[in-house]
Design a protein around this ligand. Structure first.
Ligand code: AGP
Length: 618
């Protein structure tokens, strides 16, 4: 989610600031709300950091200018998770004496307890971040043990969560220590001269192609041109690691070896879901309480976020037993100008938190009904939406660069599902055992998607090749899967420039069915939920008129499979628990279909025609 970079060299003429600045520019796609660079010289740490884009901060602070002769630097580009994007919250973070500096990519889950403990021992904190506890923990350990390596290891062993860390100490002029758990960390080496570390390969690719990839719980001591590796639990015995030669171009490396950001981000869905599954219970619980206390509840959003809202509305109402209205944000004021009631709850959902129609809708609601509460789900800490909200939940998708929203959609639906299960716990309308089964189904979503990727990509490419000449499509479904039909259809429109009617399968016979001719492609989204039997009826209406039927079904489906020309099987059970979360597990198939259709038509899926990632005009 953040980008980290470090360099330690023995080269006389090296310009450490310039290299650090260029390197975090190459990592800016990992996070871009604030940045910082530190260099070490003469037992002192020199820090320049601020909130904003790297180039703007560079104009103000001259990020490449550090004392001549400095041979060590750390640099960070931030994607805020704990603490808004401000100068104080930017990395690096230092201990009380300004001797120990840390840059971090990840989340320290137990930072509140650790901070309390450190405060009681007299440490003082400047930021709201989870990261800042780390330099203080190391400082605390060094009071009894002057060995930096051991102090770092002991400090890190107290931390729960995910981290890629680079650490330096003012009194150790030639050493960077790196540690990794769950967040990526790579060490690059120019033998005998310079050593680099980074959360992603492009950062140091212009300087070296030789690298070591750290595994979970590994630590490395980096000195100029050398690296020593250890297990965090055994700091006395160095480990042997195999050097790897990177053959990618910088552009390919930024995309993690994938051809496009869209594909990379689709493949990141399992990890984005796993992070989102860790959203702290208290914020989910707060949302659940607010929703339960409300008379009138609205969800509002645009585009993909609106389709996540449609799925979310369905999942929440199942446990809430109250009506929720989902309204596109551009229509919010027009539709509610005569009816928005006092004390309404408005759930605003947005990847960017900057969509102008959404911001206007929530601003209007607050002005018109000051007693209304805005609770928001967004991917961006500190975005405009968060400033207009009474409560916020941050989805944990990480930066999404592709214009077409993919991984952010699944994390939005998952967030709704987590809130829904908190509501179920509070209402007690379902037994504990039943709720646990829904949780189990939710926890299995990352694995289902991973299994899907393993087996189905060639089938999707085959379907795309067969449909190459078709310009128009129907994506049809019933119940909760209408959200999947609409979102899948939106993807194909956006990136492959094909027209798709994402529609209710039942409603389609009230007009749209008149379009059907021999070979007209129709994709049915068909998990075996309470709508399944009726969907078969709808499918037959389209099949008997010559439609080519492609169906998305669960692994052991037979009825719809037998009626379809092609089926895409999602490797999940067809029970009611998994069916409820099928908007998460079924959508990757349609995202991949759109992606490969774009390639088939020589379109760049990362740069769809006429679209911007964030729509800030009416
Ligand atoms: C999604 O693929 C689109 N690029 C677009 O519909 C997007 O979802 C919409 O503009 C809303 O953006 P937001 O989630 O940042 O508010």
């Amino acid at each position: 989610m953040c980008g980290i970079f470090g360099i330690v060299s023995n080269q006389k003429s090296i310009n450490i600031g310039k290299i650090a600045l260029e390197s975090i520019r190459r990592l800016e796609y990992r996070g871009y709300d604030s940045c910082g660079i530190l260099s070490q010289y003469n037992s002192k740490l020199f820090v320049k950091k601020d909130a904003g884009k790297i180039d703007d901060i560079h104009k103000k602070l001259k990020l490449d200018e550090f004392p001549n002769g400095s041979k060590l630097a750390l640099a960070h580009t931030r994607w805020a998770t704990h603490g808004s994007p401000t100068k104080i919250n930017s990395h690096p973070h230092l201990d009380c004496e300004d001797k120990i500096a840390v840059i971090h990519n990840g989340i320290i889950e137990n930072f509140i307890e650790l901070k309390k403990e450190l405060l009681s021992k007299g440490h003082f904190f400047k930021s709201e971040t989870d990261t800042e506890i780390i330099p203080h923990l190391i400082e605390e350990n060094m009071k009894t043990n002057k060995n930096l390596k051991e102090a770092v290891a002991n400090a890190i062993k107290k931390c729960k969560g995910a981290y890629g860390l680079a650490i330096c100490h003012a009194d150790y002029p030639d050493t960077i220590i790196v540690v990794r758990r769950e967040s990526p960390l790579i060490v690059g080496i120019e033998e005998g001269k310079t050593t680099y570390c980074a959360s992603d390969i492009p950062a140091f690719l212009p300087y070296t192609r030789n690298c070591y990839i750290l595994e979970d719980n590994e630590m490395a001591i980096l000195k100029a041109g050398t690296a020593e590796f250890y297990d965090i639990n055994d700091c006395d015995n160095p480990k042997q690691k195999e050097i790897q030669l990177i053959k990618w171009s910088i552009d390919a490396a930024e995309k993690g070896g994938y051809e496009h950001f869209m594909l990379k981000e689709i493949y990141e869905e399992p990890s984005a879901l796993r992070r989102t599954l860790k959203i702290p219970n208290d914020s989910l619980n707060k949302f659940a309480e607010i929703i339960l206390s409300a008379e009138r509840i609205y969800i509002t959003a645009a585009g993909t976020s609106f389709y996540a809202a449609l799925a979310g509305k369905f999942i929440i109402t199942k446990f809430l037993g109250k009506y929720i209205e989902a309204i596109e944000c551009s229509e919010f004021k027009t539709q509610l100008i005569n009816s928005l009631e006092e004390n309404s709850i408005i759930i605003a959902i947005s990847q960017s938190g900057e969509t102008i129609d959404l911001i206007e809708a929530v601003r209007w609601a607050k002005e018109y009904r000051p007693s209304a509460k805005i609770i928001s789900i967004t991917n961006i800490v500190g975005s405009t939406l968060t400033r207009h909200s009474d409560n916020i939940i941050i989805t944990q998708a990480g930066p999404e660069i592709g214009v077409a929203a993919t991984k952010t959609y699944v994390t939005q639906v998952l967030t709704f599902a987590l809130i829904a299960l908190e509501i179920a716990k509070l209402t007690k309308n379902e037994s504990q055992e039943e709720i646990q089964k829904y949780y189990n189904a939710l926890y299995s979503t990352p694995e289902i998607i991973e299994k899907f990727f393993e087996k189905n990509v060639e089938l999707i490419k085959y379907i795309v090749r067969n449909l190459e000449k078709n310009l128009n499509f129907f994506f049809l479904a019933r119940g909760i899967s209408i959200a999947t039909a609409k979102e899948g259809g939106l993807k194909l429109k956006e990136v492959a420039c094909r027209f798709v009617e994402g529609y209710s399968a039942a409603h389609a016979k009230h007009g749209p069915i008149s379009l059907i001719r021999e070979g007209y492609p129709i994709i049915f989204i068909a998990p075996p939920d309470e709508t399944y039997e009726r969907l078969i009826g709808n499918l037959m209406e389209f099949k008997s008129r010559g439609g080519t039927i492609i169906s998305l079904v669960v692994e052991d489906d037979d009825k719809i499979t037998n009626l379809s020309d092609t089926t895409i099987r999602i490797p999940q059970p067809g029970d009611k628990y998994h069916n409820l979360f099928s908007p998460i597990t079924f959508i990757p198939a349609l995202q991949l279909l759109a992606y490969y259709a774009a390639l088939e038509h020589n379109l760049d899926p990362d740069k769809p025609l006429n679209l911007a990632k964030t729509v800030t005009v009416h």
